[in-house]
Design a protein around this ligand. Sequence first.
Ligand code: HPA
Length: 268
Amino acid sequence: MEHILEAVNYINSVTSSFNPQVAIILGTGLGGFADNIDVAYSIPYGDIPNMPVSTVQGHAGRLIFGTIGSVKVVAMQGRFHYYEGYTMKQVTFPVRVLAKLGIDYLFVSNASGGINTSFCVGDLMIITDHINLLPNPLIGPNNEQLGPRFPDMHDCYAKAVRDKATDIADELNIKLQYGVYVGTTGPTFETQAEYRYFKAIGGDAVGMSTVPETIVARHMGVPVFGVSVITNCGLSDQKGDHEDVQLQGRKAGERMSKLFVELIKRLY
Ligand code: HPA
């Protein structure tokens, strides 16, 4: 808690208590979303007390504060993955800080492998639910000031926000898929047998992020909205490739950005 508050106090001092309403975690290749923000402050992670520093290719590492329309937002450009060697507490530390800054919503985005065979590369999938195959970030003593010992995970990805996204996508002619995101540790892409297994247990897409951040946001009562860019199709013969994942992420990122921007404007 002390570490969280130290980071919160630092951010508030630098941003004159900007008090963002919506936080957005930008996934692989989706950094371009930041161009939609009328930027007020940009803080490198390295300046924030107790913040881990990002290492993976394609992840910059800063918090961007600004406005989209009349909504005050903060974007996390660069996130922390368990496969990089961070602890689950480190992976989710930024979400604790964002929640303590008083956000009303957390938007998460990621690149993922399609399990559902009706998905195509470049599709956007609204995350309707998840299956967690990573260590749970809430393991350990619970701090009741942050949230309950046994948090409820119904409506984990807020239905009201998802419905609004569906309406906006219809208007903007953006094709959407819907499905269950399976969160794995990585860093290996899945074997064919693992893909078949994830399909059997009810997964539609698989990736190496998002679930820990969502769990921590829900622990603190913050509604979550998540979108996954399908960058490859696991049950086809194609191999997983980080560069291709980044390319597909960037291409679909434009559509996702449009959806996020319009949705953020209409949340209030
Ligand atoms: N598996 C896991 N993570 C991913 C994939 C995948 O196929 N594609 C993009 N991120």
